[in-house]
Design a protein around this ligand. Structure first.
Ligand code: 5GP
Ligand code: 5GP
Length: 212
């Protein structure tokens, strides 16, 4: 008898800002299900260790089955869209996240995707930023953005930036930490590495991408 052991200490819930993803990758492709809302979307829920390392691909035999999450697919299309090219319905991205990270989570597929969706909703990042007067289309200090999230969500985020073609640093991803049973946010035991700079752009979707 083998008992599953935690090979991780906590999760990162990683949310991406779609307009920045599009600037980062030079181009992006809107999902076959339509242009995503101007809102944060999920990148993944990633098991992580306190020393900064992480397990991955923990069960080569487990592939993603849409049938196991059929009641969640509508939400996943809205809140976990894939912006990679060519345009997709998200299944490749979800499969990748499940196989690489989800199989290490000790959650089943339904729990994994539902937990990530519920935590995203609970964090309510865009509203939290708006409540602090932070809106897409302008530059803000990194400190102000972190403080707004700390205040509104209750926990300190890690902010990852990208650099657009004009050399501006942009808010790309927000990391929040979640306890190992995936029940609630916690203060991060360890933060990823990387620096943003003090003033960063919170871009809005520009019309340039509308032909994508
Ligand atoms: P990148 O090199 O683009 O930052 O990350 C590539 C991939 O490595 C991510 O999509 C994710 O799957 C994984 N990854 C990067 N950083 C971390 C981390 O700090 N923790 C975990 N669990 N995975 C990470
Ligand atoms: P990671 O390995 O970093 O968890 O996930 C990144 C992988 O998912 C890459 O292979 C990337 O091409 C793919 N991918 C598909 N759609 C998206 C998306 O909307 N955002 C990000 N960050 N990666 C995506």
């Amino acid at each position: 008898l083998t008992v599953a052991q935690n090979d991780f200490d906590f999760f990162y819930l990683v949310q991406q800002w779609p307009a920045s993803y599009c600037d980062t990758k030079r181009s992006c492709c809107y999902p076959t299900t339509g242009k995503p809302a101007e809102d944060f979307s999920i990148h993944g829920l990633w098991p992580n260790r306190n020393d900064g390392s992480w397990p991955s691909n923990c069960d080569e035999g487990s592939s993603f089955h849409e049938s196991e999450v059929s009641d969640l697919v509508k939400r996943m299309q809205q809140e976990w869209p894939s912006l990679a090219c060519p345009s997709s319905d998200g299944v490749r991205f979800w499969s990748h996240e499940w196989e690489k990270h989800g199989t290490c989570s000790l959650l089943n597929q339904h729990q994994y995707f539902q937990t990530a969706l519920d935590l995203k909703d609970k964090s309510n990042l865009l509203q939290v930023l708006k409540d602090a007067g932070i809106r897409p289309g302008k530059f803000y200090s990194l400190e102000k953005i972190k403080e707004a999230i700390q205040e509104g969500v209750g926990y300190t985020p890690f902010i990852e930036c990208n650099v657009d073609q004009g050399g501006n640093r942009q808010l790309y991803q927000v990391y929040l930490c979640v306890d190992s049973s995936a029940s609630d946010f916690i203060e991060c035991p360890t933060f990823p590495h990387g620096r943003c700079g003090s003033e960063i752009e919170f871009p809005s979707f520009s019309s340039l991408h509308d032909e994508a």
